[in-house]
Design a protein around this ligand. Structure first.
Ligand SMILES: Nc1nc2c(c(=O)[nH]1)N[C@H]1C(S)=C(S)[C@@H](COP(=O)(O)O)O[C@H]1N2
Ligand SMILES: [Mo]
Length: 496
């Protein structure tokens, strides 16, 4: 004889695991699979920082781990409901133990399963199988109210359940390859949460001031520069990236190949070369993608430069050294990369003007010398680092104060200090800055406040940035054409 509690535990696990395994056999990892959907729910409750920590530590494996965790929890919940339901029914209507127990157990497991995956996904796995297994353990040749405690029958039932689970699992694994898409969706869900966490971290470090521009720009507000009136519309299914030219091995990658590299999230600003000192072609986003180095590595390039081609008539040659630090992005602020910003993938080159961040990327050709790019053919220059820029967003006048707010950017060097002068450039004072993001290649907000009395009646206000290398943004004014605007930010105000 076996202890009754042990029998109950075995019956509980057997029915819970069998219900989940059946669901796996039928639905593999699609949305209808109990664990896939339950995992969504679990992910909603797990704090973003924890997800970040786990994905950073375990990478791709994190998803498997979360599925195994969710599967385990769900099996125990369903199993407990099945055993509990059966026991209660058997106690109250002992004469109909088998039928009543089965029915109540089925109902009890069906309800939560239904809530997770809806009726079609819930019926067979949970109700029929889960309840069926628990009944199996209870009936033969059990006296009413007692789960079977005879060792031999228990072993027989358990073996049957194990065999069933092996088959169900095998079926699920075979079908899993057909449902990769939903796994992708699940992965995207986890990524969205991670990016949301990064975004709230950026927000935590922001300054509070009327009219100040947020550090991370919403996708809808992010500036766009496109050589055509509307973006090329690419289909991610038929899209591919070719790597040709001076390579040991030519490659042709589809989106899944790209995504199979280690996924990274990075804060990065884009500034267009045509952005004036007072312009608004400067924004920061959180990009999700893979390191270009991981992709190029497989082709073993043998040249010094790469020519990047977009699906439009756009092209740029970029030194391989710069490219290796670059990111191939397919996500923006946690969302799929929008069409206007380069769907399905674009390049982001650290510390370079926006023009090098080729959108709608389709081809990389390895070459051995610099060949410029689309804008170079039109007289523009500026293949090097982005110029520092300081922007004044607004001048607030709370009570007897003057509050000047803005944002600043200094490429990969980072913004170290923003200085403000309210007397035409004689005396400079440091503004308060938002917290630096982990990547210096991003904007920082600044706020500077003085008593209105300390500002002359007619004041010339200037703002300038000192970058991470200690270089002060030059005073000399230049237009964006041909190699980027220079000069300090300037406003005239009257405090009379
Ligand atoms: N294929 C392609 N890539 C492109 C462009 C383009 O017109 N076509 N414009 C470039 C320019 S000049 C800039 S400033 C940035 C702008 O990126 P955004 O539109 O995502 O802000 O994309 C660059 N990449
Ligand atoms: Mo640009």
């Amino acid at each position: 004889m076996i202890d009754r509690r042990l029998t109950l535990v075995i019956a509980l696990l057997a029915s819970g695991v069998s219900a989940v395994a059946t669901s796996f056999a039928i639905y593999a990892t699609s949305e209808r699979f109990l664990v896939t959907s339950f995992n969504y729910i679990v992910l909603e409750f797990i704090p973003g920082w924890f997800i970040s920590a786990v994905t950073q530590r375990f990478g791709e494996l994190a998803l498997e781990l979360s599925m195994i965790f969710s599967g385990g929890v769900l099996s125990v919940i369903l199993g407990a409901l099945a055993v509990g339901g059966y026991t209660v029914a058997a106690r109250f209507v002992p004469s109909y133990e088998e039928v009543g127990g089965f029915a109540v157990a089925a109902l009890l497991i069906f309800v939560p399963a239904f809530l997770v995956v809806g009726v079609p996904g819930a019926v067979v796995p949970s109700a029929v199988v889960g309840a069926g297994v628990v009944t199996l353990f209870a009936v033969y040749p059990a006296p009413a109210e007692e789960f079977n405690t005879d060792r031999r029958t228990l072993v027989k039932s358990a073996s049957a359940v194990v065999a069933f689970n092996v088959v169900a699992h095998g079926l699920g694994l075979v079908r899993r390859s057909q449902t990769q898409r939903s796994e992708r969706e699940l992965q995207e869900r986890a990524q969205l949460l991670e990016v949301e966490h990064l975004r709230s971290e950026a927000e935590d470090g922001e300054l509070e001031a009327e009219g100040i521009k947020p550090v991370v720009t919403d996708v809808d507000d992010f500036f766009k520069v496109d050589i055509n009136p509307s973006p090329p519309s690419l289909d991610s299914g038929s899209w591919s990236l070719s790597i040709t030219g001076l390579v040991e091995e030519e490659l042709e990658l589809d989106l899944d190949d790209v995504r199979s590299e280690e996924v990274v999230h990075e804060y990065k600003a884009i500034r267009c070369l045509s952005d004036a000192i007072d312009g608004d072609q400067l924004d920061t986003a959180i990009w999700t993608g893979v390191k270009l180095e991981d992709i190029l590595e497989d082709a073993s390039p043998e040249g010094e430069y790469a020519m990047l081609y977009g699906a439009d008539e756009y092209f740029y040659s970029i030194p391989l050294d710069d490219l290796e630090e670059s990111v191939l992005a397919f996500g923006m602020n946690g969302l799929e990369l929008p069409e206007a910003h380069g769907y399905p993938v674009r390049v982001l080159v650290p510390d370079r003007w926006g023009k090098l961040h080729v959108k709608w990327l389709t081809d990389i050709e390895i070459i051995d010398e610099e060949e410029g790019g689309y804008w170079e053919e039109r007289g523009w220059q500026g293949m090097g680092p982005v110029n520092a820029v300081t922007k004044i967003d607004r001048i607030n006048r709370p009570d007897d104060r003057v509050q000047i707010v803005g944002h600043a950017y200094a490429g990969g060097r980072g913004v170290e200090t923003v200085e403000v002068s309210v007397d035409g450039g004689d005396e400079w004072n440091e503004a308060t800055l938002s917290d630096p993001l982990p990547n210096p290649d991003t904007v920082r907000q600044w706020v500077y406040e003085v008593d209105a009395a300390d500002v002359g009646g007619q004041a010339e206000i200037y703002a300038r940035t000192i970058d991470g290398e200690g270089t002060t943004q030059p005073e000399e004014e230049a237009d964006p054409y041909p190699d980027g605007a220079t000069g300090w930010a300037h406003r005239s105000i009257s405090t009379d």
